[in-house]
Design a protein around this ligand. Structure first.
Ligand code: NAD
Length: 432
């Protein structure tokens, strides 16, 4: 262990990050910047090619954060798992999706762990960062890494540290976001703290990997449940003739005990719609029924349909049917100013409208094309489309770059699901 600690403190440790996507790419940039020899290991040859060319493919990572380190030879990428045999520290950032029955799909964690086990050696630190159910590190990762007789806390060191990256956040980046760490043993905790203290300003140690795994799920379940609550409040408020956004804005003036969440067309991204189900799955395995998670899931998943109903009613008020209507969707990304469409509610809205016979187009400055969930679409220009004639615009993502006054001026009818048009008055605006 002292050898590994010495390598970490002298920055001689070779860090390998498995999975260089939204989470892994910022991390390799940070390790390389801190002076570590860093390699990104990914199955995707295109990401490997781009990183080796010093080109970023994630909006939050400027190319200038990669180029100097790639040029100096400190940072590279590979698809060859054999690089793991040279690694002193391995950080796993692979996807953790749900399968069709909404159970955890552990294929990526299992295959990454198998690759590490194949190339492992004494004096190695392995950190899992992928969001997952409590018990994964202890029940899935550790058994594989100890199969050949290595002892955790003595020969190899294992920890869980959840990633908190918030895509598009201009203030909180990898370094200044406090990081929770939980080691399989006290020595594992010591080693993982030694590594991360080189790239993160503030660490928050907890007593076990299970606690660290649970922290992440609490954070994201907290968001999912509160968004579910506020979506329900929005629907309820409108039925009572009250503007929910006015209510939330006023409630947020309370300096304690209230935190604003905002209604919208549904949950999106790789975290909030998925992570609570990881927790729910594990709870059910132990005979516990997680009612808040299920209910929030139901409310949030009903929102795209609620939006489609709003569009249908709004067109109906104009004596038009959805079938044959020219409907333009503004924004396909799951949130403002990012290019990520995974789980985006806009995809569900688009599919439902197309299924009803609408002629659907979209514009999104961050998403030139869609090849997701059976949709094959190319983005079009907003102004040209509106000038050519539409029946309804549905504002699904409030990107900062949209010219809202022009859109309000040109669109005959707009369903605003994000309250982006709060400062506009117009009979053509239908609000969530
Ligand atoms: N995106 C976010 O905002 C965010 C935030 C916090 C936590 N997380 C969690 O972090 C994890 C990673 O998410 P992401 O958004 O970075 O995913 P991603 O899909 O952007 O990147 C994952 C990468 O892993 C690669 N990969 C998969 N299996 C591999 C294997 N066996 N060997 C090598 N490479 C492999 C994929 O090719 C892909 O490039 C997930 O568990 C996610 O829930 C994501």
């Amino acid at each position: 262990m002292s050898d590994l600690l010495a390598k970490i403190s002298s920055k001689q440790a070779h860090v390998v990050v498995i999975g260089i996507g939204y989470v892994g790419l910022p991390l390799v940039a940070e390790f390389a910047k801190a002076g570590f020899r860093t390699t990104g290991l990914d199955n995707d040859p295109e990401k490997v090619r781009l990183l080796n060319a010093g080109e970023s493919y994630i909006a939050d990572v400027p190319t200038s954060d990669l180029v100097p380190h790639v040029k100096s030879g400190r940072l590279d990428a590979t698809t060859d798992r054999a690089v793991l045999s040279k690694a002193d520290a391995v950080v796993v950032c692979v996807p953790t999706p749900l399968n069709k029955t909404k159970d955890p799909d552990m294929r990526f964690i299992v295959s990454a762990t198998e690759a590490i086990a194949e190339h492992q050696h004494p004096g190695m630190l392995v950190v899992l960062e992928s969001t997952t159910y409590p018990g994964t590190t202890t029940e899935v990762v550790v058994p594989k890494l100890t199969e050949k007789g290595l002892v955790v806390g003595k020969d190899i060191f294992v920890a869980f540290s959840p990633e908190r990256v918030d895509p598009g956040n201009l203030v909180y980046k990898t370094r200044n976001t406090p990081k929770v760490v939980g080691g399989s043993t006290p020595r594992c905790l010591e080693v993982v703290q030694a590594l991360y203290s080189q790239i993160i300003d503030k660490l928050v140690p907890v007593g076990s990997p299970e606690a660290a795994e649970m922290v992440k799920l609490l954070e994201n379940t907290f968001r999912a449940v509160n968004i579910g609550l506020v979506n329900e409040v929005a629907i309820m408020s409108r039925k009572l003739g009250i503007d929910p956004f006015e209510v939330i804005r006023a409630a947020a003036s309370k300096p304690f005990g209230f935190m604003p969440f905002y209604p919208g067309p549904g949950l999106g991204g790789h975290c909030i719609p998925i992570d609570p189900f990881y927790l729910g799955w594990k709870a059910k395995m132990h005979g516990f029924e997680p009612r808040f998670i299920e209910l929030a899931g139901q409310v949030n998943e009903s929102m795209p349909k609620f939006v489609v109903d709003k569009v249908t009613d709004a067109l109906n008020d104009d004596s038009k049917a959805v079938r044959g209507a020219r409907i333009h969707l503004l924004g396909m990304a799951y949130k403002r100013d990012v290019n990520d469409v995974r789980e985006s509610p806009a995809l569900h809205v688009a599919k439902m409208l197309i299924d009803k016979g609408a002629l659907v187009t979209y514009s999104d400055p961050f998403v030139p094309e869609i090849h997701e969930e059976g949709l094959e679409m190319k983005g079009v220009g907003v102004r040209e489309t509106l000038e050519a004639g539409t029946d309804c615009v549905v504002l699904l993502t409030d990107h900062a770059g949209f010219n809202y006054s022009e859109i309000v001026h040109l669109a005959p009818l707009i369903v605003d699901t994000r309250n982006a048009l709060r400062d506009f008055i117009g009979g053509n605006i239908v609000r969530l």
